[in-house]
Design a protein around this ligand. Structure first.
Ligand code: TXA
Ligand code: MG
Length: 507
């Protein structure tokens, strides 16, 4: 089947295109169209055969009921029975818009559309193209999200084409959607009404109208073994091809944990995607890093979520790590979709970061003008699983001065520099409980222990990596000896990184 793709400007709707699309629907065909939430795959909701085609095109189980989209309030009375009185207050406030309500169905609605249920889900979308199309099609358009079942919902026409090109009659391209996550579903057949799927119309907004609102307990946790009340919510929806993991906890900790895991996965040869925010994006170093929006405005996160999951699919990353978002406002919908996409795989950031034994590494030498700063410089260049504050300090530093010129000459020959460094004396505040103090010589180790009895982890660098005893000072010797010191430190620091990475990996 050749899929007709037509651009439609929502602010200057081409009547002829809409008429053509309406005719296709009236004749039992399938037309994808934009709504304010996601793109929908439209069919005539009163036509059992059209519903069958919908399931086929999406590859969706046919027990998963469709939402009937209407454009006029009177249409609701034609398809629903026993409409509770509060409905009008809700419709008045939220329709047209991202709210779907469930009622007892009238006979007119075929079981093919409701997945065999005696209830029907109804929504009046606000998107101008959607409203025009529903009118043109006769008033009742069933529309699931226009994606292949199991893939992220489409938020632009190209996503629909990726999934359904050749399988449906027409795609109306109205540009990017506004909201990005599917409508809130509210079951009006129970008292109090119950949210079966969170969306842009939040619980608080509904409570504002209704007073009390219940929430399907299965929405965010999967500890509850009960099946969700909206049949569609039980499938592993919105699933990216990669394994997605959500890292919960304080943002700063989450960033650290994700960096650490991403580094390790990359080292093992896996490709990694990271869902960051504009606030945290720059802190990541490895992996395919994408900003999903800003934490200041969670609506931006909702808008980009599915597009980003699709982009990772295209890049064929094997693992995706995402920061978590606050479960409030539209964040509730974002986390619901993310959790489902992740198959509820979450990780507590501090379970990774808390276990870090050392957070600071201090290289201690005599006057902090050669071996110490060299070691710190070399250590910072190592690939490290965890983050460390790295510094060098001297035992005898009377006033700050630049590093030894020969030492600088050696590191310069390696395209590095310590030119900006000023020597610094070791002070009590440099040594916290989680500081690893590494001296160059045995004597320095003893001195640190005597002067700073609170220091718990003091070793000579060679001793710590089990390779020799001391790093002798090249002071007063020819340049080649400085070169040898550099080589020795490079070897030891590499071992140090391996040892620390090894310990981190054991966690
Ligand atoms: O924002 C939206 O609602 C989009 C756009 C296109 O309008 N549509 C959408 O449809 O998300 P779909 O088919 O992807 O999701 C419909 C959800 C499913 O989880 C389904 O199980 C639930 O609504 N649903 C539909 N009828 C229901 C009913 N009678 N009782 C309980 N759940 C129902
Ligand atoms: Mg869907």
């Amino acid at each position: 089947m050749e899929t007709i793709i037509k651009k439609v400007d929502p602010n200057a709707i081409n009547e002829e295109t809409i008429w053509q699309a309406g005719e296709i629907l009236k004749q039992g065909g399938l037309v994808a169209f934009p709504t304010e939430t996601v793109y929908g795959l439209g069919a005539n909701a009163l036509d059992e055969e059209a519903a069958k085609k919908t399931y086929e095109a999406k590859g969706r189980p046919s027990d998963n009921p469709l939402i009937v989209h209407i454009a006029q309030l009177q249409a609701l009375n034609e398809i629903a029975n026993g409409i509770p009185v509060e409905t009008m207050r809700l419709a008045h406030r939220f329709w047209p818009g991202p709210l779907t309500m469930i009622f007892k169905k009238k006979e007119k609605v075929p079981y093919g559309t409701t997945g065999g249920l005696d209830t029907v889900a109804v929504r009046m979308p606000s998107h101008k193209i959607a409203l025009a199309l529903i009118e043109a099609a006769g008033g009742y358009v069933s529309a699931p999200s226009a994606n292949t079942s199991g893939r992220p919902s489409p938020t632009e026409a190209s996503h629909v084409a990726q999934d359904l090109n050749g399988k449906i009659d027409m795609i109306l391209d109205g540009g990017n959607v506004e909201i990005g996550v599917e409508s809130t579903i509210l079951d009006m057949t129970v008292t109090p009404p119950m949210i079966l799927r969170p969306g842009a119309v939040t619980r608080e907004m509904l409570e504002d109208v209704l007073g009390e609102v219940a929430v399907d307990k299965t929405l965010l946790s999967d500890t509850d073994r009960q099946a969700p009340k909206a049949p569609g919510m039980k499938y592993r929806h919105y699933a990216p091809k990669a394994q997605l993991m959500i890292v919960e906890g304080e943002v700063a900790e989450a960033v650290k944990a994700i960096k650490q895991i991403a580094y390790e996965q990359t080292r093992l040869g896996y490709s990694v995607g990271i869902i960051a925010t504009s606030e945290t994006m720059k802190q990541y170093t490895v992996g395919s890093i994408k900003s999903i929006g800003t934490r200041e405005n969670e609506a931006s996160v909702a808008r980009n979520l599915y597009r980003i999951l699709r982009e990772f699919d295209e890049e064929e990353v094997q693992y995706i790590y995402s920061e978590a978002f606050a479960v409030e406002g539209i964040g509730t919908a974002v986390m619901n979709r993310l959790m489902k996409a992740a198959g509820h795989h979450t990780l507590q950031a501090d379970s990774i970061t808390r276990l870090q034994k050392y957070r600071r590494v201090v290289f201690v030498s005599e006057s902090d003008n050669c071996r110490g700063p060299m070691a710190a410089l070399l250590f910072r260049k190592q690939p490290l699983l965890q983050e460390y504050v790295v510094m060098s300090r001297g035992l005898v530093v009377l006033f700050p001065e630049p590093v030894n010129q020969k030492a600088e000459a050696i590191v310069k020959s390696k395209q590095l520099t310590m030119a900006a460094y000023q020597t610094t004396g070791l002070a009590a505040e440099d040594i916290t409980d989680d500081t690893l103090v590494l001296t160059m010589e045995e004597r320095q180790k003893q001195k640190v222990r005597e002067a700073f009895p609170q220091a718990e982890h003091v070793f000579t660098l060679p001793e710590f990596v089990e390779d020799g005893e001391e790093v002798p000072s090249p002071y007063g010797e020819p340049l080649v000896r400085y070169g040898e010191t550099y080589e020795l430190l490079e070897k030891l620091v590499k071992k140090l990184a391996e040892k620390l990475n090894e310990e981190a990996r054991k966690l």
